[in-house]
Ligand binder design. Structure first.
Ligand code: NDP
Length: 277
């Protein structure tokens, strides 16, 4: 299967982003280049890393040795929590860009809003400057709630291209997805299979049987069918391939609804309103 089969969504900047990418959270730095190389071989072209993951250099090595044309790739990284504030953000971006070995980054996100620090508006202004300078194609955020999004939009007139949030069948994020949709912000799902936590669910396993697919494929296809960008992580080559094989089937509308109904508002990660490390 080639990368041509991955659908794209058009961001508010006019850039096209693959709807399926490869996440590298918790991939050890010395294994990252190999995992990303495997992902490229399978056909992934979008990679999601972060300064916090400590593995941007590994992503950069895989990009450099891939021989793939830069314009075929879509590389996302994120500003670390210790780098909020205008000047800090400019410096942090430059470090990430250098580690990735890129002239520009496709998407740069504020990793967490850290409301108690109250510096995300100034941080956002730095990202807008970097975009105007051509160093970032699209600017976005992660773990932002509507009130955080409203504040940065009001302060700058610049709407984030994308909001990357925890989202899976046990946390369907209806209200936040609706807010994003109304504002033309793409929604990207992190921990899309809840780090494996939804794969034993009886509804998911029965759909896996019905479609002749794995529980992970059913869950990831649900994300695609409801319009999310999705970035599953694996260091296991067979799973990296399995998670890419989503485009030879789609779920019946009733089955999409059955998965929607699994929502329990259950987070695996921190609550953004109260996460201020
Ligand atoms: P995922 O929901 O992608 O789950 C990853 C886990 O599931 C790993 O343990 C992996 O194991 C396992 N797995 C992967 N594929 C399969 C499969 N087909 N069958 C069974 N098990 C499987 O969790 P993540 O938390 O990693 O989220 C994905 C990405 O989202 C991250 O890598 C990161 O890029 C991003 N993220 C962003 C956050 C943010 O705050 N912005 C927070 C968390 C994640 P193994 O690797 O051993 O194969």
């Amino acid at each position: 299967m080639s990368s041509m089969s991955v659908p794209t969504i058009t961001l508010n900047t006019g850039s096209d982003m693959p709807q399926l990418g490869f996440g590298v959270f918790q991939v050890p730095p010395d294994e990252t280049a190999q995992a990303v190389t495997t992902a490229f071989e399978v056909g992934y072209r979008s990679i999601d890393t972060a300064a916090m993951y400590g593995n941007e250099e590994g992503v950069g090595r895989a990009i450099a040795s891939s021989g793939l044309p830069r314009e075929e790739l879509f590389i996302t990284t994120k500003l670390n929590n210790n780098a909020h504030g205008y000047d800090n953000a400019l410096r942090a971006f430059e470090q990430s860009r250098a580690k990735l070995g890129l002239d520009y980054v496709d998407l740069y996100l504020i990793h967490w809003p850290l409301p108690a620090k109250d510096a995300y508006v100034d941080t956002w202004k730095a990202l807008v400057t970097l975009q105007q300078d051509g160093l970032i194609r699209s600017v976005g955020v992660s773990n932002f709630q509507p009130k955080h999004l409203e504040r940065i939009i009001d302060a700058t007139g610049v709407t984030p291209a994308l909001n990357q949030i925890e989202l899976h069948p046990y946390l369907t994020q209806e209200a936040l997805r609706e807010f994003d949709r109304e504002h033309g912000i793409a929604t990207e799902a992190w921990s899309p299979i809840a780090q494996g936590g939804v794969l034993d669910d009886p509804v998911i396993t029965s759909l896996a049987e019905k479609y002749g697919k794995s529980p992970a494929q059913i869950t990831l296809r649900w994300h695609i069918d409801i319009g999310n960008v999705v970035i599953p992580k694996s260091v296991t080559p067979s799973r990296i391939r399995e998670n890419f094989e989503l485009f030879d089937f789609e779920l019946d509308p009733d089955d999409v609804v059955a998965i929607d109904k699994l929502n329990k508002d259950e987070r695996t990660g921190p609550d953004p309103d109260h996460f201020n490390p």
